[in-house]
Design a protein. Structure first.
Length: 116
């Protein structure tokens, strides 16, 4: 199983970025796909996840600014991030879970830095 995350970078506050995570080795449509982030000195936290094609869940801190989506034929999940804030700075990780009962698989992380 491989989860290849990309799209991170440096952006000014108020800007936008789109993260991508390409999955292989899993039956993509059956997995819960999620984006998590970890800032220095803080615990990893859920940003957003998606079940099936349209059942989404967001952290309160990103509601209305971030959008998670998935492209089934491309086995890819996206995180569109708008109105970015310095507090969004973190390493963002992609996760694939067959079920919430299991830890699943993690991607390698991509750095997002938002300057003020």
């Amino acid at each position: 199983v491989q989860l290849q995350a990309s799209g991170g970078g440096l952006v000014q506050a108020g800007g936008s970025l789109t993260l991508s995570c390409a999955a292989s080795g899993i039956i993509f449509r059956t997995y819960i796909m999620g984006w998590y982030r970890q800032a220095p000195g803080r615990q990893r936290e859920l940003v957003a996840d998606i079940r099936g094609v349209g059942m989404t869940n967001y952290a309160d801190s990103v509601k209305g600014r971030f959008n998670i989506s998935r492209d089934m034929p491309k086995n890819t999940v996206y995180l569109q991030m708008n109105s970015l804030k310095p507090e969004d700075t973190a390493v963002y990780y992609c996760r694939a879970q067959f079920s919430e009962r299991f830890d699943g698989y993690w991607g390698q992380g991509t750095q997002v830095t938002v300057s003020s």
